[in-house]
Design a protein around this ligand. Structure first.
Ligand SMILES: [Zn+2]
Length: 89
């Protein structure tokens, strides 16, 4: 698992290299009810961020090809990974 905070460049590079990976999006600092699991191709977490923000400043990204590892990490943060409604359908 790789964690990206204040590193949009590294995050976007990871996405390119892991088209079948998963991303856990969490608030900084983490909030137990804001732990969302995405596929690395999801439009919610790729491309140009909303409102001119950066991807890894207000939120952090935990990235892995192993979905279970991210679910474990969400539990370490005190919550559970919720599947994104856009990319888990
Ligand atoms: Zn998604």
């Amino acid at each position: 698992m790789e964690i990206f905070e204040d590193d949009d460049e590294g995050y976007l590079r990871w996405l390119r290299l892991h088209p079948n990976g998963y991303v856990l999006n969490y608030k900084r600092p983490p909030e137990v009810n804001v732990l969302k699991l995405h596929h690395s191709t999801c439009g919610d977490i790729t491309g140009t961020p909303h409102r001119g923000d950066l991807w890894t400043v207000a939120y952090g990204k935990a990235c892995s090809d192993d979905r279970r590892g991210l679910e474990r990490y969400a539990r370490q943060l005190g919550g559970s990974a919720l599947e994104c409604g856009n990319c888990f359908r």
